[in-house]
Design a protein around this ligand. Structure first.
Ligand code: NAP
Length: 286
C-alpha cells in the first residue's frame, strides 16, 4: 500500500481550516506565522512558497521576510528579537540552511522557545527527550509527520523493530525518540554503521533520512516492512526522488511512502499544527 502524504495532509489541513475559522470569535484573531528567508537558494524558496500556500489553505496569517544573502547575523538576530517581543506574532521560522556568515545554532536559540514552530530550540529538544507529560513543547515537523503517516497506514509501532537511517537533529534523532515513545525497539544507523543491509533487513519499520538518492534497495528490506522515505534528492536525470529505490522496494513493503507526495506534504502540515499549537498555548495561558 502506498501511503499518500499529499492526501493525508489535505484532509488534516481541511480540518485545521475549520478549527481556525472559529478563532476570530474565540480569541479575536487567527494565528500569525512569520518566516525568515535569507538568500536565494531555489530549494528554500520553494519550501517557503509551499509554507505560504499552506497558511492560506488553513487560514493562518503569514508574513515572510525575504532578506538578501549578505544579511549580517546581527541583523537577523535583531529581527528575531523584535518578533519575539511582538505579541501579534505566534510562530517564527527561519528557513535553513543559512548563509555561512550566520550561525544556525545562534539563530535557533534566539527564537523564543514558545514561538519555535520548527521545534529546534534546545528547550523544545530537551522537553522531547525528557518526555514530559503535558509539555508545552513543539515537536519537529518531519518526525511528527512520519508518525502520522505510519498511523494512517495502520502500522502498529509498539513492540516492533524500527530502524532509522540517519541521525540528524531535524529528522533521524527526533523520529527515533518518537518511535521509542510509542514502544518500538529502535536502532539508529549512520554513515559509520557496519554491514548496514544486515541491520535494515531486520526492520519492521524502516525510516530512511540520509540524503542519498535511491540508496535503499529491495535486497536491504524485509518482506512486509513499512518503509518511510524522507529523502528529497535528485536522480541521474535531475528528477526529484527519495533515499529509497521505490521500484525495487515497493513490491516487498507492506506500506511505503512515495517521493514526492509522501513525507514532504506532511512536514508542512505539521508546521501548520505547530503554529496553531503555539497560538493556542499563548491564548489559553492568558
Ligand atoms: P543530514 O543532516 O545530512 O543527515 C544525514 C544522515 O544520514 C547523517 O546522520 C549521516 O550519517 C547519515 N548518512 C549519510 N550517508 C549515509 C550512508 N551511506 N549510510 C548510512 N547513513 C548515512 O540530513 P537530514 O537533514 O536528516 O536529511 C536527510 C534527507 O531527508 C535529505 O534528503 C533531506 O533533503 C530530506 N529531508 C526531507 C524533509 C521533508 O520534509 N521531506 C525534511 C527534512 C529532510 P553521519 O551522522 O554519520 O554523517
Amino acid at each position: 500500500m502506498i501511503i499518500s502524504g499529499k492526501d493525508l495532509a489535505a484532509s488534516l489541513k481541511a480540518a485545521m481550516a475549520e478549527q481556525v475559522a472559529a478563532f476570530p470569535e474565540q480569541y479575536g484573531r487567527v494565528p500569525h506565522l512569520v518566516v525568515i528567508l535569507v538568500g536565494e537558494d531555489p530549494g528554500s524558496q520553494t519550501y517557503v512558497r509551499n509554507k505560504e500556500k499552506a497558511c492560506e489553505v488553513v487560514g493562518l496569517k503569514h508574513t515572510t521576510y525575504r532578506l538578501p544573502a549578505d544579511t549580517s547575523e546581527a541583523a537577523v538576530l535583531d529581527l528575531i528579537a523584535s518578533l519575539n517581543a511582538d505579541d501579534g506574532v505566534d510562530g517564527i521560522l527561519v528557513q535553513l540552511p543559512l548563509p555561512a556568515q550566520i550561525s544556525e545554532p545562534k539563530v535557533i536559540e534566539a527564537i523564543a522557545h514558545e514561538k519555535d514552530v520548527d521545534g529546534f530550540h534546545p528547550l523544545n529538544t530537551a522537553a522531547l527527550w525528557q518526555k514530559r507529560p503535558n509539555a508545552s513543547c513543539t515537536v519537529p515537523c518531519t518526525p511528527e509527520g512520519i508518525i502520522k503517516l505510519l498511523e494512517a497506514g495502520g502500522v502498529e509501532i509498539a513492540g516492533k523493530h524500527a530502524v532509522v537511517l540517519g541521525r540528524s537533529q531535524i529528522v533521524g534523532l527526533p523520529v527515533a525518540k518518537l518511535l521509542l515513545d510509542r514502544n518500538a525497539t529502535v536502532t539508529i544507523c549512520h554513515s559509520r554503521t557496519r554491514d548496514l543491509a544486515s541491520v535494515t533487513r531486520q526492520a519492521d519499520i524502516l525510516v530512511v533520512a540520509i540524503g542519498r538518492a535511491k540508496f535503499v534497495t529491495g535486497d536491504m528490506v524485509k518482506d512486509g516492512a513499512a518503509v518511510i522515505d524522507v529523502g528529497m534528492d535528485r536522480d541521474e536525470n535531475g528528477k526529484l526522488c527519495g533515499d529509497v529505490d521505490f521500484a525495487s522496494v515497493e513490491p516487498k513493503a507492506s506500506v511505503i511512502t512515495p517521493v514526492p507526495g509522501g513525507v514532504g506534504p506532511m512536514t508542512i502540515c505539521c508546521l501548520m499544527e505547530n503554529a496553531i499549537g503555539c497560538f493556542l498555548r499563548k491564548m489559553q495561558n492568558r
